[in-house]
Design a protein around this ligand. Structure first.
Ligand SMILES: Cc1cc2nc3c(=O)[nH]c(=O)nc-3n(C[C@H](O)[C@H](O)[C@H](O)COP(=O)(O)OP(=O)(O)OC[C@H]3O[C@@H](n4cnc5c(N)ncnc54)[C@H](O)[C@@H]3O)c2cc1C
Length: 327
């Protein structure tokens, strides 16, 4: 095996895919028992809710070719309705600029994207890497030798591993926000609105995002039912991280019913996820922290920006760098 990739989120999968395309063997080590990292979907009681990222916006980056032309497009959905703004408890149209980018998800849930990326790759699930030793080929990870390592896990998860190697990048100032995500389903017809989500920027509510999932994508709720996903801003999420689930759900339902109507007052289903690490508040840029010639590369959204397309770009770039060095 030639390259170890730590983390099977979008960045790690993009890196491993690109190296494989170039004929370079990789092994991906993933602590969780699933691929995708923060790209997650819950499927319960007929509801399909994306509770991390809400959409993929390729923005003419590397991800675009992979998403639209390389991977199977069965179930890939272009989101047709725009995002509006949440001003107080009212929806207001956003600027054309804000909706100028194409956005996608999958019928099966957004986690279909990493599942497709992962096909054919050598991924070791449920394997947390806690040490990178020096070895005969360069590095030794879990008793295997590698010529290079690409680290894609968020820095707070792997700083200890760099510190043990006396790698100064352990102290980089990469800071992540936390985010409370709440999904609520109702036995009431979906709202008839000209948007699929509301972006809150005025701080009148603690929300940053309120998505009407049935307007984003078909088959997200049983016929005649409605599904909403609320995501709370960093201050509220930090201050209320341990809040009782029932309180958080009832606060969310109050907002949903004020915005969309009183028929959304009694949820029949809910799901809560508390993200300690959601999107980076502060990043350390890829080129600045990975000098040319470096064989232990840091990638992932903390080295670019907190979006799927950026995470993908960083993994792709790391793979290109390594391929040049070891080919
Ligand atoms: C609530 C929320 C909303 C978001 N909204 C959007 C959005 O609308 N649009 C958008 O584009 N992006 C959004 N994002 C951001 C997007 O999800 C991330 O930028 C992207 O998924 C990061 O991918 P990554 O591969 O860099 O990291 P991750 O997805 O975090 O992957 C890292 C992986 O490393 C694994 N790992 C950690 N430590 C170890 C270890 N020691 N050994 C082995 N494996 C390890 C983890 O289990 C994880 O699977 C959102 C994120 C959240 C949480």
């Amino acid at each position: 095996m030639r390259v170890a990739v730590i983390g099977a989120g979008v960045a790690g999968l993009a890196a491993s895919r690109e190296l494989s395309k170039q004929g370079i063997e990789t092994a991906v080590f993933e602590a969780a028992d699933r691929v995708g990292g923060r790209v997650r979907t819950v499927r319960e009681n007929g509801y399909v809710a994306d509770y991390g990222p809400q959409q993929i916006a390729p923005r003419k980056m590397q991800i675009e070719r992979t998403l639209l032309h390389e991977l199977p497009t069965t179930g890939l959905v272009k989101i047709e309705k725009p995002t509006h703004l949440l001003q107080g408890y009212r929806a207001a149209a956003a600027s054309k600029m804000q909706n100028s980018t194409d956005r996608y998800t999958y019928l099966q849930g957004i986690d279909q994207f990493p599942k497709l990326l992962a096909e054919g790759l050598d991924i070791r699930l449920g394997v947390r890497v806690d040490e990178i030793k020096n070895g005969t080929a360069g590095y030794r990870v879990l008793d295997q030798d590698f010529e290079a390592v690409i680290l894609t896990a968020p820095l707070p998860d792997i700083a200890h591993l760099l510190a043990a190697r006396k790698d100064r990048r352990a102290n980089l100032n990469i800071v992540y926000r936390s985010c409370l995500s709440v999904c609520v389903g109702f036995a009431a017809a979906p709202p008839k609105v000209p948007f699929y989500s509301l972006l809150s920027t005025d701080r009148m509510t603690p929300l940053i995002w309120l998505g009407a999932e049935t307007e984003k994508c078909p088959e997200r709720a049983p016929e005649g039912h409605a599904l909403f996903v609320a995501q709370y801003g960093p201050e509220f999420s930090e201050d209320n991280f341990e809040i009782e689930e029932s309180k958080l759900v009832s606060t969310t339902v109050q907002t949903v019913s004020r915005v969309f109507g009183s028929e959304y007052s009694n949820p029949e289903w809910h799901f809560v996820h508390r993200w300690k690490i959601s999107q980076p508040e502060r990043v350390a840029l890829f080129d600045a922290i990975n000098p040319e010639g470096e064989r232990l590369i840091l990638a992932g959204d903390g080295t670019v920006a907190g979006r799927i397309e950026n995470a993908f770009e960083s993994g792709h770039k790391a793979a290109e760098r390594i391929a040049k060095l070891i080919r």
